[in-house]
Ligand binder design. Structure first.
Ligand code: FAD
Ligand code: NAI
Length: 464
């Protein structure tokens, strides 16, 4: 009766993972995406290229700032070959997007190479053809939120969004980042390490919204120490481009006298919004919420029968692993199994140096819900971090005062992104801080700081 059992619209981490899963479960599956390569924002212009530049720029900084000398590594003049770094990034993207194409073939997922528009709940138009499916999953992701008065032109390379900032052909002298969130700090770090002066203009009075308050305060100290200039509680109201320079108008967020700031590159990173333009949602009577997102129930069903939605286009953190898990869950629900995502336990990581990571409630949010106990352990007292000359950071474990159940874990450490997986697993299993404290952790590892912070919840850390 239908061409496919399931059609995914969008081949990002939500859509491609979901499509592979439905195919594995024996359903005839197609996935529509008009990009030249599969993998969506994450693989093409997000997670992967940004991590390639973060890794490469960290290597460059290590070589250039003389910090390898203490290990007896003697270097001559260190120079940057930006095109080689960009080629390494392109290689990572090519390998991984090509890998998804291979997985589609292996699992018999058909890639429909264009953008899709709904005609009715079971029919979409793709590349001028009508395609029908019993179930349609919207996984169209998100795009950069525009800032009125500051027009992005990635081709000129003066006012850019994250996609433009990943592709700069030369290191800017002065990069101004609008938005002290994840993108601003990751890409700001890349270009600072490669030699740019970086100024971050943030509307709020702290960086990294959504993270634990103490982590946000520490982030400001660390990025300042690294040489970033931070302009908190400040907004950009206008940008004018003349020749190869941009002049920004800045004002205190609370109102007050305006000032100007010159830059040869401006990165607009003030958040992302769901991709729904051109989807034809009116044709199926699907309305958006006040934030422009598609609402679903716990099983990822929209209000329209047979139409489901996952990933950045629905509420929740805009993260690749959240989209992937929703892709698997929606596939299992469509196949008649029980697919569940625990939205209370989704880790978040900022891949700077050090990394900032967290899972569960912030201390502020946990306090609002009831009485808590907090244990903290400094990375200065962790033997591995000390040996590696990585003094910045701490781990913080937040537990319910009565039950001792872990409510949230926050970490600033060179490998916090890897460490936080343990905390997520513990929370998924409903662990208490005592469970973590009595779990044997290998020595010497950064992860011992999680054990010590858990011990500190009841006041019993060993190494402080
Ligand atoms: P997307 O990956 O956005 O994919 C949606 C796809 O749908 C796109 O390919 C788009 O072309 C396609 N599409 C849109 N409309 C249509 C249509 N009508 N028909 C067909 N196809 C359509 N997250 C992390 O977890 N870790 C990170 O390190 C990280 N780094 C990031 C760095 C940057 C610079 C950016 C911008 C984002 C980063 N993210 C990161 C966020 C992550 O990329 C997203 O959360 C994730 O890609 C969302 O997956 P998705 O499947 O919902 O959508
Ligand atoms: P964000 O929401 O993390 O940060 C945007 C920042 O801009 C906020 O601090 C906000 O207060 C500020 N802002 C808003 N308007 C402003 C204005 N007019 N002037 C100055 N500041 C202003 O959004 P960002 O960094 O754009 O990232 C978008 C999404 O991509 C995030 O939701 C994130 O989850 C995802 N992402 C995840 C990464 C990761 O997991 N490592 C890496 C990069 C992106």
């Amino acid at each position: 009766m239908y061409d496919y059992d399931v059609l995914f619209i969008g081949a990002g981490p939500g859509g491609y993972v979901g499509a592979i899963r439905t195919a594995q479960l024996g359903l005839k599956t197609a996935c529509a995406d008009g990009r030249e390569t599969l993998g969506g924002t994450c693989l093409n212009v997000g997670c992967i290229p940004s991590k390639a530049l973060l890794h490469g720029s960290e290597k460059f900084e290590e070589a250039a700032d003389g910090s390898l000398a203490r290990y007896g590594v003697k270097l001559g003049k260190v120079e940057l070959d930006l095109s080689a770094l960009q080629a390494d990034k392109a290689d990572a993207v090519k390998g991984l997007t090509g890998g998804i194409e291979f997985l589609f073939k292996k699992n018999k997922v058909e890639w429909l190479k264009d953008y899709a528009t709904f005609k009715d709940a079971h029919t979409v138009e793709v590349a001028g053809k009508m395609v029908t499916a019993k179930n349609v999953v919207i996984a169209t992701g998100s795009s950069v939120t525009p800032l009125p008065g500051v027009e992005v032109d990635n081709d000129k390379g003066i006012i850019v969004d994250s996609t433009g900032a990943l592709a700069l052909a030369q290191v800017p002298q002065h990069l101004v980042v609008i938005g002290g969130g994840v993108i601003g700090l990751e890409l700001g770090s890349v270009w600072r390490r490669l030699g740019a002066k970086v100024t971050v203009v943030e509307y709020l009075d702290a960086l990294l919204p959504g993270m634990d308050g103490e982590v946000r305060k520490e982030a400001a100290k660390i990025f300042k120490k690294q040489g970033m200039e931070l302009r908190l509680s400040t907004k950009v109201t206008k940008a004018a481009v003349k020749g190869k320079k941009a002049t920004l108008t800045l004002e205190p967020a609370a109102g007050g006298a305006a000032e100007t700031l010159e830059a040869d590159c401006v990165l607009v990173a003030i958040g992302r919004r769901p991709n729904v333009d051109g989807l034809g949602l009116a044709a199926i009577g699907l309305e958006l919420n006040a934030r422009g997102q598609i609402e679903t129930d716990h099983d990822f069903r929209t209000k329209v029968d047979g139409v489901w939605a996952i990933g950045d286009v629905i509420p929740g953190p805009m993260l690749a692993h959240k989209a992937e898990d929703e892709g698997i869950a929606v596939a299992e629900n469509i196949a008649g199994l029980t697919g569940i995502v625990n939205h209370d336990v989704i880790p978040g990581v900022v891949y700077t140096a050090p990394e900032f990571a967290g899972v569960g409630l912030t201390e502020e949010a946990a306090k609002e819900r009831g009485e808590i106990k907090v244990g903290k352990f400094s990375m200065l007292a962790n033997s591995r971090a000390k040996t590696n000359h990585e003094p910045d950071g701490f781990v913080k474990v937040i537990a319910d005062a009565k039950t001792d159940r872990v409510l949230g874990v926050w970490a600033i450490a060179s490998v916090a992104g890897t460490m936080i997986a343990e905390a997520a697993l513990a929370m998924e299993f409903g662990a208490t801080s005592e469970d973590i404290a009595y779990t044997c952790h290998a020595h010497p590892t950064h992860s011992e700081a999680i054990k010590e912070a858990a011990m500190a919840v009841t006041g019993k850390p060993i190494h402080i």
